[in-house]
Design a protein around this ligand. Structure first.
Ligand SMILES: Nc1ncnc2c1ncn2[C@@H]1O[C@H](COP(=O)(O)OP(=O)(O)OP(=O)(O)O)[C@@H](O)[C@H]1O
Ligand SMILES: N[C@@H](Cc1ccc(O)cc1)C(=O)O
Length: 490
């Protein structure tokens, strides 16, 4: 099916009569991000189309999600049959992200993975940035009101998040096509900025029942807390609910997805659509929260968040995180976080129990797949190159760029060339901060645990020569497998 590429900035009047101003089509995706919505593709709702998926036939996305452990609940069982009906129009599915940080994190990635599954099954994806809702703060799963974000921070966060979403959903190598322009990114501030309180109360508030609002998990929990809940936060569910109604009415969006903590907000939307528009055919779907093996949630508040932005966590560190997940987690992560065939995952699971299994084979596969999905082929190559470069004894010839690429992930220091040249390996180990004492350095050298530019140094008498300085700029010194230091020549 042909898709049109749009840029939508101003959506017209909000609230009744729920119309959208016509938007001028543009030929190519707009790559500059701002405060407004960027729409990469907009397909006008079509009653019946033959749905082509990347997987042939009409795969049932709900079934796939269920099989992989990515389904928690759906608001209506009909969704199962609707999504495999070959004669029905493709579904248009949205997931919202509030701009509460400059980057999305691993927990948020699940929303993008589920959106991508919908795409792979021939449906349309919409990512929504909560430029408006981010000003309010979703109370779901939070024990305290979120701190208010200033407008500069909010705008920076919006730009950062849009870049990540665009990168992941538009260039999806697993789809087999170079560019995937079949998705859009919207910003709910575009419609909320014009809404007037009186109109909202009259046209939306009237249909929202306080009893039902109070019964939402996010509200019940907060009311029990010492701090209670502000009226502003209490209305959050209606904002998200109205978003769904707006998108249903104006963009033909008929499914909203989110983590299980979003259930109350999603059902607020399906309820409003039923009551105000008196329409059926809006569905909600939630996926389970991704938990670490200790039961805590992957998020941004916890220590060591797994950020998706390469400027907040390098592709190398991202790759290493997945390369190091315990055997007890790896199969679950392969199912949830990759698009590998279930058959292949099951085979790997069986292989892991066999005596001939090469340790970390499953982790390597996981790390490769997810790094490619998030950081693209280039990011994966960067991570693989750095991984190899950091492996003591590696045969890879190190170059300055590779060492610089890992410098932010390992300690580094600067020393003048005159000081480094002719310095003994023992003294360099101390002045670079790699080891604490000469005796420790000598002991490790005897044990064969000191590496210069990945090559084992087996004699104490080794002195630094001009050709040891990689590209005249850096040295990589390692003590054993884990401790490294990058020495920059100043
Ligand atoms: N660990 C997770 N697993 C699955 N989905 C998640 C996870 N963390 C967040 N999400 C989803 O990402 C979206 C944004 O959630 P939210 O802003 O509350 O996350 P957060 O950044 O994890 O917050 P925090 O870390 O501050 O608790 C929601 O749809 C939520 O369900
Ligand atoms: N409430 C979601 C974000 C969101 C915002 C607006 C929506 O319409 C949908 C989802 C979150 O906590 O991140």
């Amino acid at each position: 099916m042909a898709s049109r590429t749009f840029l939508c900035f101003n959506h017209g009047k909000l609230l009744l009569p729920f119309t959208t101003t016509k938007i001028a089509p543009s030929k190519r995706p707009i790559k500059s991000f701002g405060f407004s919505s960027v729409s990469y593709s907009l397909n006008t709702p079509q009653p019946t189309v033959e749905r082509k998926s990347q997987m042939g036939g009409t795969p049932n996305v709900v079934k796939i999600l269920e099989e992989r452990g990515l389904l928690e609940s759906i608001t209506n069982e009909n969704l199962r049959s609707v999504c495999s009906d070959q004669t029905a129009a493709p579904l248009k599915v949205y997931c919202g992200f509030d701009p509460t940080a400059e980057s999305l994190h691993l927990g948020n990635l699940l929303g993008l993975i589920v959106l991508s599954w919908f795409q792979r099954c021939g449906h349309k994806a919409v990512a929504l940035i909560g430029g408006a809702t981010g000003r309010i703060g979703d109370p779901s799963g939070k024990s305290q009101e979120r701190p208010e974000l200033d407008l500069n921070t909010l705008e920076r966060n919006i730009v950062g998040i849009m870049e990540i979403i665009n990168k992941i959903l538009s260039k999806n190598p697993n789809l087999g096509s170079e560019e995937n322009s079949d998705f859009m990114i919207l910003n709910n501030y575009d419609w909320w900025k014009e809404v007037r309180l009186l109109d909202f109360l009259k046209q939306v508030g009237r249909y929202a029942r306080v009893g039902s609002m109070m019964s939402k998990e996010s509200v019940k929990k907060r009311l029990e807390s010492e701090q209670g809940m502000s009226y502003t936060e209490f209305t959050y569910q209606l904002l998200q609910g109205y978003d769904f109604l707006y998108l249903f009415k104006n963009e033909g969006v008929n499914v909203q997805i989110g983590g299980s903590d979003q259930w109350g907000n999603i059902t607020a939307g399906t309820e409003l659509i039923r009551k105000i528009l008196q329409a059926e055919g809006a569905y909600g779907l939630t996926f389970p929260l991704l938990l670490k093996s200790d039961g805590t949630k992957f998020g941004k508040s916890e220590d060591g968040a797994i950020w998706l932005s390469p400027s907040m966590l390098s592709p190398y560190k991202f790759y290493q995180y997945f390369f190091s997940v315990p055997d007890s987690d790896v199969v679950r992560f392969l199912r949830i976080l990759t698009f590998l065939d279930m058959e292949e995952i099951n085979e790997l699971e069986i292989a892991m129990k066999n005596p001939g299994y090469v340790p970390n084979t499953a982790q390597r596969r996981l790390a490769k797949e997810i790094t490619r999905f998030v950081h693209g082929e280039d990011g994966l190559n960067e991570a693989l190159k750095a991984t190899e470069a950091l492996r003591p004894g590696s045969e890879t010839k190190l170059d300055w760029k590779t060492i610089e690429g890992i410098a932010e992930d390992v300690p580094s220091c600067s020393l003048p060339y005159s000081e480094v040249l002719n310095l003994s390996i023992v003294d360099l180990s101390i002045s670079s901060g790699l080891l604490e004492s000469k005796s420790a350095a000598r002991r490790l050298l005897k044990q064969g645990g000191v590496y210069l530019n990945n090559k084992r140094v087996d004699t104490e008498s080794k002195r630094i020569e001009a050709e040891d300085v990689v590209d005249g700029k850096v040295l990589l010194l390692s003590a054993g497998k884990k401790n490294k230091v990058v020495v920059r020549i100043s």
